[in-house]
Structure formats: C-alpha cells, structure tokens
Design a protein around this ligand. Structure first.
Ligand SMILES: Nc1ncnc2c1ncn2[C@@H]1O[C@H](COP(=O)(O)OP(=O)(O)OP(=O)(O)O)[C@@H](O)[C@H]1O
Ligand SMILES: [Mg+2]
Length: 242
C-alpha cells in the first residue's frame, strides 16, 4: 500500500534520513522503532509531506506521491496522529473531534454522517463520551491521546500514521491504546506506528523496521525483531522476548 524507496530527507540542507526504504502492506500494522533522534518523526512527516525530500520515491496505492503537498496526501487518506497530540486546548473534546471531520466534504446529510462517526469514536473510547464537553487542555495525557487518535479516525484514514502515541503515558493506558489499535487492524485499517517503546510496538506489529541515525538497520516480522539479539540489546533493554 505504501512504499518508501531510498528516501533522503531533512531540514534546510541537513539530511536526517539517508536512504530509507520501507513498506506497509494493506491491513497490517508496521512499527518503526529507534532511539531519540533516529529519524522516526522525520519519516512520518516525510510521508505526510511536511518534510522536504532530497531523493528517492514514496508510492501510495500505486501512485507516486513524492511531489505532492500535505493537503493532497490528506485528501488521499493519509492521516497523521502527530507527536505530542497537537490538540486545540481551549476547544472541547467534541469540537476537537469535529476538526477531524473534513474529508467528507461532499457527503450528503453531513450532520448525520458526523454524528454516526462521533458515535463510532465514543464506542472505541467511552471515556471521551463522558468528557465530550470538557476542554482538551484539562484532560489527562491518556485522554488527550484518545482525542488525537479519534480526531484522525474522524477523517476516515486509509493509512493512519501514529507518532509515539505512548509518549508520557502510564503502562496501563498504553496497553489500552494499543488494544484499540489492534481492534482497528481487525476492522481492516492499515497503520504505521512510530515508537520508542519498541517491545510493545513490535509485539503489536505485523512487521517492523529499526531506524538508527537515519538508516534502517534491521527489518522483519515484529515477533522476529523482538527476539533478535542486536535489537533487544540496543532497544528493548532486556535479553530477549519471553
Ligand atoms: N525541524 C527540524 N529542523 C532541523 N533538524 C531537525 C528538525 N526536526 C528534527 N531534526 C533533526 O533530524 C534528526 C531526526 O529527528 P527526528 O525528530 O526525526 O527523530 P525521532 O526519532 O522522532 O526522535 P524522538 O524519539 O526524540 O522523537 C535529528 O538529528 C534532529 O535533530
Ligand atoms: Mg519523534
């Protein structure tokens, strides 16, 4: 569904990705793991066309998207849950969710479609229904991440990009969020998940890529990477998957 071929990308002439190739098959979760500064955010921001590409090619559903801008790839259904959530603090939960409902411009009976979508998000995250009228800035970190994911789902993604959804959250909340991602995959959604919590991310993923200083060092099925000695010693902080 998505393919990156030898991507070189970066900021104002400083290259941060030095020839990255990776792919995401439809209906799977692919995890990209690596330490701080490895280039994880740069990778997702390159796919969503927020970062300048110096070389290589990105293909989405058979179409070359390397020359497109951010609005165009959003229109194609590539939707990002950004690092740090990026909610509108003074707006309520429901208002933030409504901001995600923008791809369905030509839908008839738009208000009814919006309500259906909102019910779907509230089914996934019942906590958000209880807090629909609460300002986003007053939510807990976990609730904010639920809103960020919910807002992205409102846009009916074909490919969902998640940049460190677990950042700063307690293990129990991370588990809850990963359970939701697993449920979304069962519904057929395709996801690219960028994570520093490599162990959990690889346990969830069908396939994984390890990034180190702007290069892919290892890739393979998630379960294999979890038991790969080089990966475990560098990124997982334990001797191997149980
Ligand atoms: N806006 C920017 N301008 C210049 N350099 C940047 C910018 N954003 C990132 N970089 C550089 O690109 C490299 C990769 O950073 P990136 O944010 O992609 O890493 P990351 O893997 O997401 O790290 P983290 O786990 O800390 O989020 C780093 O060397 C970083 O300093
Ligand atoms: Mg990052």
């Amino acid at each position: 569904m998505l393919q990156l071929d030898n991507i070189r990308a970066g900021y104002k002439g400083t290259e941060a990705l030095h020839g990255v190739s990776m792919w995401v098959d439809a209906g799977t979760i692919v995890s990209v793991v690596g330490s701080n500064g490895a280039g994880k955010s740069t990778t997702v921001n390159t796919i969503s066309r927020l970062v300048t590409t110096y070389g290589g090619r990105i293909t989405f559903e058979g179409r070359d998207i390397t020359g497109l801008g951010p609005a165009e790839v959003v229109d194609m259904g590539i939707i990002q849950v950004p690092e740090g959530r990026q909610l509108f603090g003074p707006l309520t939960v429901a208002e933030n969710l409504r901001l995600g409902f923008h791809r369905q411009r030509r839908v008839k009976n738009r208000e009814a479609a919006f309500r259906d979508k909102l019910d779907y998000i509230y089914d996934l995250f019942p906590r958000l229904k209880e807090r629909a009228g609460q300002r986003a800035i007053t939510l807990s970190g976990g609730e904010q991440q639920m809103v960020a994911i919910g807002r992205a789902l409102m846009a009916e993604p074909r490919l969902l990009l998640l940049d460190e959804p677990s950042l700063g959250l307690a293990p129990l909340i991370v588990e809850k969020i990963f359970d939701v991602l697993s449920g979304l995959r069962a519904q057929g959604l395709t996801m690219l998940l960028v994570e520093q919590h490599a162990d959990e991310a690889l346990a969830l993923a069908d396939y994984g890529f390890v990034l180190s200083v702007g290069k892919v060092t290892v890739h393979g099925p998630g379960v294999e990477l979890r038991s790969n000695a080089a990966v475990t010693s560098s990124y997982l902080g334990h001797a191997g998957a149980a």
